[in-house]
Design a protein around this ligand. Structure first.
Ligand code: MD3
Ligand code: FE
Length: 211
């Protein structure tokens, strides 16, 4: 499960934000991701105001994050297929729980993995993640493919941000006070990743529904 370049352990770079450099077994996770995406292909969703979201998304798990003219929510059903989302692969659950546990969240039980696909030039503006029911559970992020600059702001949308560069295999755990902080991703710089091409993938493991 651990990637072969995994470093010593989690580094708490900000209160509630731990980085586990190269923690993921990228070969194993990428293989499982490809299988999930055959069942629920990435798609660009629409915001409630009618704008197309730049990042293409999919989900696996018991529910999935969706956005459309009606709002943002977690749905048991993939609106594209009208079927349940694909199950979370065992290696996803194992990775997320192992990372959370090393950062002190032994009880982490994710019910959703949101999958984000960034193409060159795409990013994510500053936002909070608050559509989940359980803010005492962390969010675990796994980056694959091209590197990106993630930024963490704080409890308000405005203000100074702390940049964190995320590379293939890096895992980040957000808990405690960081869980509700504003954050975003800078537009992806051009590049070619040997496995993923001109793309970055980010998996975020979350507990959306009450445990
Ligand atoms: C900090 N994704 O999907 S992952 C998102 O790289 C999202 O795709 C980014 O922000 C990405 O919502 C960043 C890191 C992340 C995820 C959720 C957080 C950081 C977070 C929730 C609270 C605080
Ligand atoms: Fe987010």
């Amino acid at each position: 499960m651990l990637g072969k370049d995994a470093a010593a352990g989690p580094i708490e770079v900000l209160p509630g934000l731990w980085v586990l450099p190269r923690f993921a077994d990228t070969h194993r996770v990428s293989t499982a991701l490809a299988e999930v995406l055959t069942q629920a292909p990435p798609r660009r969703m629409t915001t409630p105001r009618g704008f197309l979201i730049g990042v293409a998304m999919s989900n696996c798990g018991e529910c999935g994050w969706v956005s459309d003219r009606k709002g943002y929510r977690y749905s048991d059903i993939d609106p594209e297929s009208n079927e349940p989302w694909p199950a979370m692969p065992d290696c996803f659950v194992e990775l997320a729980r192992q990372a959370a546990s090393l950062c002190g969240f032994a009880a982490f039980a994710p019910d959703v993995c949101l999958i984000n696909r960034y193409e060159v030039g795409k990013g994510m503006g500053a936002h909070q993640d608050k559509d989940e029911a359980m803010f005492d559970q962390p969010i675990v992020s796994v980056s694959l493919g091209l590197p990106a600059r993630f930024f963490m702001i704080g409890p308000e949308r405005r203000g100074r941000s702390t940049p964190i560069d995320l590379c293939d295999g890096d895992v980040v755990v957000f808990g405690g006070q960081a869980r509700l902080h504003y954050h975003g991703v800078r537009p992806l710089k051009p590049g070619e990743h040997p496995r993923h091409g001109p793309v970055r993938w980010n998996l975020t493991f979350r507990r959306a529904r009450p445990a």
